[in-house]
Design a protein around this ligand. Structure first.
Ligand code: HDD
Length: 756
């Protein structure tokens, strides 16, 4: 960070606005000449919050409102009433002229009930319509105190937060696991006002200037004539745009990588994308990029899993987040910052910090942890909280300011503007989930859905009739004061800086930073997406962009499309890979991983029980899978079946253990016959659904184990017993100790490329 030479100027500029009255003749003050705003009374402390501006309701960790709020819960009072509080004796029948007669217009209850229902929906978000949210707390480490004066980043500060994760392109009801960027928006209810960090799980963006946002979104959303395809980029208009507008290539490559299909919201990184400017107590400024690092590591689904999930459990990510929180497995992320000197060039190691299509590799600027986010409470009402939460990149607190990134500039307009339509007016800050926890003392008045009953006669400044209140704060009394950045003399132009013309070097950097298995996934993703395009010209143009990123990547995709690989039209960028970008190679705690225990219900019940216990003891989650639902065995020892062969798919499990299935005596020939759906001679049939489950788990690179007869099932699923990540032992516990180290690596990576 650098000393800010302009601190004195800021102090001087803000002086007229402070409590003790204006200083005389300060240049830059709002009126010319001496400032004459006389306040007739002494300022007093902040006014108590208005009833409509207190924080969201108190809710117990189990989601039950506590204390006084209990009375406000629907379905808990004694009598059903109208919206006006009049008690009702019937809500099942319209008022009619006789049981078979016409319905009467005078039925006020019918009209009120239908009127309200007719208006239950609000417009979905124009982007990021599909999402899931959670409450939590942000614990600051205090390590950013040297670079920012933001109070919520001071040592030991604890701040309530609400986070909403989302996909970008799909409608509100679309599937969670589509290939897309994910939103990661955090609202910090700080003592100095609300700070929103409205980021994504991808650190770069498709465009460098917000004026292109309608273009990229129109291209990505379904085609305007048929409104298909839903929630995907695998179509002509998307690839038409990104192949013509090549600054989108870097972000498109992240989407085609495993980052585009996260395993869980809990296993995603988050990024503020833009460079922000922090200001410390001395007025010194530092440029930063924000990062969220998940404690569970960064993990993804494989493509086939994502597709299956979209069908069998479209709410996969939403459910996963809510279940984890309900089970007390609170997801956590560390907030970190990369810091850069605030020099006039606003570049770091040659990378333009105002270009949102560029990252600064962590190897060049390490991410320094500054606090811990824990999500620990599910919303109690999706609409009230997750749907109505309104984020805005302009919700800033003292100590955090914006830069001149032209993408950020347009966002600063858009997020307020969109709420006018979505939340129907300018008072969306009064909706409980959006209310600041800091005292609010604004002079904004009236408007649709105004909840406050403001008192006083003078919502204007200066005034004498309301005692001159409210008063201005200064930089030293917590005012948000813009950093007085010096601007070079400039011409008004519609142009971008020259460095913004580099569209391929960082896409190449990303590609070169991937491991072989991750590259294979990227090739498969491009081949699938372009394979879904109809226009030859679009495919050829995108191949040309790939040629300028990496000829090998281009050749592989071209081969998959059956098209010639074009030559690069510009020299390949000379870049150093950033291993930090790869998701493969690390090890993470196996806590909370899901182990499917498959049994036919007849064999080794004690073994199944013991394995369940061992899985729980290891901090993981056992799910017992059997041919049909119900209980296995009787009495206190009975084992509850949690998934059946009809409901279990590989997507849900991190590992599968085959416990005594099928009955001993089955042979491989029997298993092969069973695969065709018929019991073989002398062998028990392997249920084809079980065979499918196991072969899926194998293809999805999940660890598989088993004992007592597991070989037969493996044979039926065409899984070689010697394959990587297949552990056969003579007891469940022995199998588990073989599986646990595999789970720490997330997947059996060695199984690729054979598996896909
Ligand atoms: Fe945006 C929503 C993230 C560029 C305009 N955006 C939205 C959400 C996230 C992002 C996470 C969902 C918030 C929620 O859960 O309610 N957006 C980003 C990121 C961007 C970005 C990381 C680039 C770095 N966005 C961007 C641009 C514009 C918008 C350039 C317009 C010029 N974004 C919006 C919006 C949305 C929105 C139209 C839709 C709903 C909303 O704001 O509240 O204003």
């Amino acid at each position: 960070s650098h000393e800010n030479p302009l601190k004195a100027a800021v102090d001087k500029l803000t002086e007229p606005f402070r409590e003790n009255g204006p200083a005389e003749g300060v240049p830059g003050a709002p009126s010319s000449g001496p400032v004459t705003v006389e306040e007739p009374t002494e300022p007093h402390g902040p006014l108590p919050p208005k009833p409509d501006q207190t924080g969201p309701e108190t809710v117990s960790p189990t989601g039950q409102p506590t204390g006084a709020d209990q009375a406000r819960v629907a379905q808990s009072g004694a009598y059903l009433t109208t919206a006006q509080g009049t008690r009702l004796y019937d809500t099942d029948h319209s008022l009619k002229a006789g049981p078979r007669g016409p319905v009467l217009l005078q039925d006020h209850h019918l009209r009120e009930k239908i009127m309200h229902f007719d208006h239950e929906r609000i417009p979905e978000r124009v982007v990021h319509a599909r999402g899931a949210g959670a409450h939590g707390v942000f614990q600051s480490y205090g390590t950013a105190a040297g670079v920012t004066k933001a109070a919520f980043l001071a040592a030991d500060a604890e701040t309530p937060v609400f986070v909403r994760f989302s996909t970008v392109l799909g409608s509100r009801g679309s599937a969670d696991t589509v290939r897309d960027t994910r939103g990661f928006a955090t609202k910090f209810y700080t003592e100095e006002g609300v700070f929103d960090l409205v980021g994504n799980n991808i650190p770069v963006f498709f465009i460098q200037d917000a004026i292109k946002f309608p273009d990229v979104i129109h291209a990505g959303k379904p085609h305007p004539d048929r409104e298909i395809p839903q929630a995907q980029s695998a179509h002509d208009t998307f690839w038409d745009f990104v192949s013509l507008h090549t600054e989108a290539q870097h972000h498109a490559m992240w989407n085609m990588s495993d980052r585009g299909i996260p395993r869980s919201y809990r296993t995603m990184e988050g990024f503020g994308v833009h460079t922000f400017r922090l200001v410390n107590a001395e007025g010194a400024t530092t440029l930063v990029k924000f990062h969220w690092k998940p404690k569970l590591g960064v993990h993804s689904q494989v493509w086939e899993e994502a597709q299956i999930t979209g069908g069998v459990d479209p709410d996969f990510h939403r459910r996963d987040l809510a279940d984890a929180i309900e089970a007390g497995a609170y997801p956590q992320w560390e907030l970190g910052i990369q810091t850069f000197p605030d020099t006039p060039e606003q570049t770091f190691e040659g990378i333009d910090l105002l270009d949102p299509t560029k990252i600064v590799p962590e190897e060049l600027a390490p991410v320094r942890p500054i606090g811990l986010l824990t999500l620990n409470r599910n919303p109690s009402n999706f609409f009230a909280e997750t749907e109505q939460v309104a984020f805005h990149v302009g919700h800033l607190v003292p100590g955090i300011d914006v830069t001149d990134d032209p993408l950020l500039a347009g966002r600063l307009f858009s997020y307020l503007d969109t709420q006018i339509t979505r939340l129907a007016g300018p008072n969306f800050n009064q909706i409980p989930i959006n209310r600041p926890h800091a005292p609010v003392n604004d002079m904004l008045r009236d408007g649709f859905h105004q909840q406050a009953v403001h008192t006083g006669v003078a919502p204007y400044k200066p005034n004498s009739l309301d005692g001159g209140c409210p008063f201005f704060a200064g930089a030293d009394t917590g005012a948000f004061v813009e950093v007085p950045v010096e601007l070079p003399a400039a011409r008004k132009v519609r142009e971008a800086p020259a460095s913004f013309a580099d569209h391929f070097s960082q896409a190449r950097l990303f590609w070169l930073s991937m491991t072989p298995v991750e590259r294979e996934h990227i090739v498969a993703a491009y081949t699938f997406e372009l394979g879904k395009c109809y226009e030859q010209a679009v495919k050829e143009r995108q191949l040309l962009a790939l040629a300028n990123i990496d000829p090998e990547l281009c050749a592989q995709v071209a081969a998959g499309l059956g098209l010639p690989a074009p030559e690069a039209t510009q020299p390949l960028a000379d870049v150093r890979p950033s291993p930090a970008l790869s998701q493969v190679g690390g090890e993470w705690p196996a806590d909370g991983r899901i182990v499917g225990i498959v049994t036919d219900g007849t064999a080794d019940a004690d073994g199944v029980r013991a394995l369940r216990r061992a899985v729980l003891d290891a901090g993981m989650v056992p799910l017992v899978v059997a041919p049909a639902g119900g209980k296995l065995g009787d009495g206190a020892d009975a084992i509850t079946v949690q998934r059946t062969f009809a409901t279990a798919r590989s997507i849900e499990f991190d590992a599968l253990v085959l416990a005594g299935t099928p009955a001993p005596g089955a042979d491989a020939q029997g298993a092969r016959d069973a695969k065709a759906g018929e019991p073989g001679q002398g062998g028990a049939a392997v249920d084809p659904r079980l065979a499918m489950l196991v072969s899926e788990a194998f293809r999805h690179a999940k660890a598989i184990g088993g004992w007592a007869g597991a070989e037969t099932v493996l044979a039926a699923a065409s899984v070689p017993t010697g394959a990587p990540g297949v552990i056969l032992a003579d007891s469940g516990e022995a199998v588990l100790s073989g599986l646990t180290p595999l789970l720490a690596k997330h997947r059996v990576w060695d199984r690729f490329p054979a598996a896909l």
